[in-house]
Ligand binder design. Structure first.
Ligand SMILES: Cc1ncc(COP(=O)(O)O)c(C=O)c1O
Length: 340
């Protein structure tokens, strides 16, 4: 099968599996695991922050960021379609017990003006606005321009707010905007990034920020049951991912562009071409002869895996397991289906 569902389906490389087998480990709840400590140090250094914390997933990293920078009843500002709002089981509300002030924007950006409008006053009737949650790269496959990210951060800071960045795909964003991850991370107080997804590690994310924040997050991680013991086995794969997998992301982006171009030539397919900035291609069917569920079934039969359409759009995601030949095969399969 050519699996275009997500970059979360990537398999760990041989180098990762070897590093896992050979990892020197200790009990990470005692902060004794040298491999975890090295991953956290390296991640913090790369992103230009004081400290890092290895966590089970991007979802856990984002939740810890909210829990560790707010109090019950506070309000956070976040994009209406952001992963934190739409795909994290409402953890911010359920567990951190904060209110979410969702922000709308045609490209899912958060502009400075949106923060000025959303922030509450000190009036005792109003919840306290504490935190702005940004995302880059965006779940919609786009990136936020760096100058805008900087302005948004400066505005939030001037208003006394903390800023968290969901940088699950921050390395894709950096490649796409031709900057370093630390330049993006400088636009937030705390950042989560994923070692799984495009970097192909089997498990894990890192949360980075100042030392005091990371100590609060460590306590909250224990509360959530995320205090792992010989976690160096997993961190070893993460270190290999940082050493070997970040540079190659351009290849995934090139494949997404190629896939977008090939799909756009097929009658009945409309590709959202302007959205192809990282490794995601969004498209819709504009042909009455085939229904989305039928299209999905036929794709599957042709050996192409993808998720059901969401808000009228299908998404193909390129990643480490997808070669140029797979891109061409997938486009051919779509053509065959559309031509009936
Ligand atoms: C933008 C974004 N943030 C956070 C996450 C959550 O990561 P995880 O699946 O590791 O919990 C994802 C997962 O796809 C994501 O796309």
């Amino acid at each position: 099968m050519i699996d275009l569902r997500s970059d979360t389906v990537t398999q760990p490389t041989l180098a990762m599996r070897r590093a896992m087998a050979e990892a020197v480990v200790g009990d990470d709840v005692y902060e004794d695991d040298p491999t975890v400590n090295e991953l956290q140090r390296k991640a913090a250094e790369l992103l230009g922050k004081e400290a890092g914390l290895f966590v089970c997933s991007g979802t856990m990293g984002n939740l810890l960021a909210v829990m560790s920078q707010t109090q019950r009843g506070d309000e956070i500002i976040a994009g209406r379609h952001s992963h934190l709002v739409t795909h994290e089981v409402g953890g911010a509300a359920q567990i951190a017990q904060v209110m979410i002030h969702p922000v709308d924007h045609p490209q899912d950006w958060i502009e400075p003006e949106a923060i000025r409008t959303a922030i509450h006053s000190e009036d005792i009737h109003e919840p306290q606005t504490r935190l702005v949650c940004l995302e880059n790269a965006l779940s919609n496959g786009g990136i936020v321009p760096l100058p805008l990210l900087r302005q948004t951060y400066q505005t939030a800071k001037a208003l006394g707010l903390r800023v968290h960045l969901d940088g699950a795909r921050i390395f894709n964003a950096a490649v796409a905007c031709g900057c370093s991850v630390s330049e993006i991370a400088a636009c937030a107080d705390t950042v989560t990034f994923c070692l799984s997804k495009g970097l192909a590690a089997p498990i894990g994310s890192v949360l980075v920020g100042d030392r005091a924040f990371i100590e609060r997050a460590r306590r909250n991680r224990k509360l959530l049951g995320g205090g792992l013991r010989q976690a160096g086995i997993l961190a070893a794969a993460g270190l290999t991912a940082l050493d070997t997998m970040t540079e190659r992301l351009q290849e995934d982006h090139n494949h997404a562009k190629l896939l977008g171009e090939l799909l756009a030539q097929i009658p009945g397919i409309h590709v959202e071409k302007e959205r192809i900035q990282i490794n995601m291609v969004f498209f819709k069917l504009c042909n009455d002869k085939i229904q989305p569920a039928d299209f999905l079934k036929k794709l599957n039969k042709e050996g192409i895996l993808t998720n059901p359409e969401d808000h009228g759009l299908f998404r193909f995601v390129t990643h480490y397991g997808i070669m140029e030949s797979d891109v061409r095969t997938a486009a051919e399969a779509v053509r065959k289906i559309m031509e009936g």
